[in-house]
Design a protein around this ligand. Sequence first.
Ligand code: G16
Length: 555
Amino acid sequence: MSVIRAKLRSRETGMTQFEKVSHFSGLHPKPAGLVLQYGTAGFRTNAKQLDHIMFRMGLLAALRSKNTKATIGVMVTASHNPEEDNGVKLVDPMGEMVTQAWEEYATLLANAEQEGLIMALQEVIEREAINMGQEASVFIGKDTRPSSESLSQAVLDGVSALGAHGHDYGLLTTPQLHFMVCCKNTEGRYGNASEDGYYKKLAQAFIQLTKHARNRTDDQKHLLVDGANGIGALALRKMEAFLQKEFQFSLFNDGSQGKLNFLCGADYVKVQQRPPQGVEMNAGERCCSFDGDADRIVYYFNDSAGRFHLLDGDKIATLISTYLKELLTQAGLDLQIAVVQTAYANGSSTRYLEDTMKVAVRCVKTGVKHLHHAAQEFDIGVYFEANGHGTVLFSKAAEERIQRLATDPNINDEKKNAACLLENTINLINQTVGDAISDMLLIEAVLAIRGLTVQQWNAIYTDLPNRQVADRRVIDTTDAERRATSPLGLQEAIDALVKKYQMSRAFVRPSGTEDVVRVYAEADSQESADALAHEVSVAVYKLAGGVGPEPEPLH
Ligand code: G16
């Protein structure tokens, strides 16, 4: 029925919608036989393989927009991956990652051979009973990779092939695009769907919030920022004027010289457990790194003995949830706060949150989409992956109670102050997705309000030494997912290895963003964590059919 209507409507313009799709699809042909899987955050691989994927995700976004009667977002980025890769992230109406039910359709369209594309489209249209006469609108953003230019053009071709309106924002951070989509679909209630709207909203909230911090010194206002040579650096520069010198920064790896994510950025710092290249740090100085599309952040500093200390997503979640819990107590609000983590969360962080903070902790599968949904189940859900990707979600009811309290004339000063802080905190947070810039400003504000140095924050609990390994040589990457998880005896081998070390834990999983198997290990000492990570990667290599030379011991 919906298909017929689409044909009738398009006949008026001479070409049916499907003829138009076929015509444009010929300009973005799929290499025969190429099969790509929808990964942790969408499709991601070498940019050379992605032209047809982008065109087809433009089609899918147009369909999703017709289906939801709302604006949908498409972000062209491969985030933390090397510059030669690219990828695509799809954004649903409220700014969250596209619903998992549609990942299946994304895979269907992505892998349909050239002559089967229209049939695949028809299947989606029929299964979702999409009215093809419905207007559609898609917002598009891209990161700074050289390939992003032509790939975002391919998305636009897909969008217009189905008669949808495409708004190309050009260069944006991923969280900015999520923000724009949410602003548009809430008719401005979440903010103004423009870059300036984003900067203004966050900067105003930050300035209001830091008014509650007494006597901020210039040192406290200043941060070293590693922009990963990516879009986050450009965005931060644009935001500078809006912050009215209340936040000052020295920006390194701003893209003017170095290569995106190369020896810098949040993923490099977290996995290598060392500072990025190109940042001039003095002992004790607070530093942070964004990733390639600025949806992740990690903090760190070197102590006076030259030792490196990393404050990752777990430490960020602890800082923020402690701050929020204290404010709730001061405000007398009985809202339930929970922290959502993944298996990568350091064991010490989980123990601290549960035993000392008495905060509920949930553990879910890797992937922001999983964390986001789990966090939505609480009044206040703080979610962070250890890699620095996270945010805080406030339920509608929680926001309303906080707002009512902040304007209640009959409460004492302490309660009023706490309620105002909570209100400004909500405005500073990008609730659609993890956002390096928003998270950074929130962390800076919390440290200032609580009068904490980065060293004091770091001392809240001590991380168990840990090691992450991701080795392209370890496994045949075309079949990574099955062979990493299912070879007979692998889990038993890991269990036996873990038993050899004190306070230890280890697991392996195929990455959904890179052609690697990730191995994580933690133990009571760095030597043990390194040795366990090595032994587990050898077990994976032997039992899962590793390719190339056997993994070597670390250090
Ligand atoms: C994406 C996801 C994250 C995930 C990361 C690594 O981040 O959004 O949730 O933690 O990939 O996933 P994997 O271990 O499967 O490779 P980003 O920042 O790269 O888009």
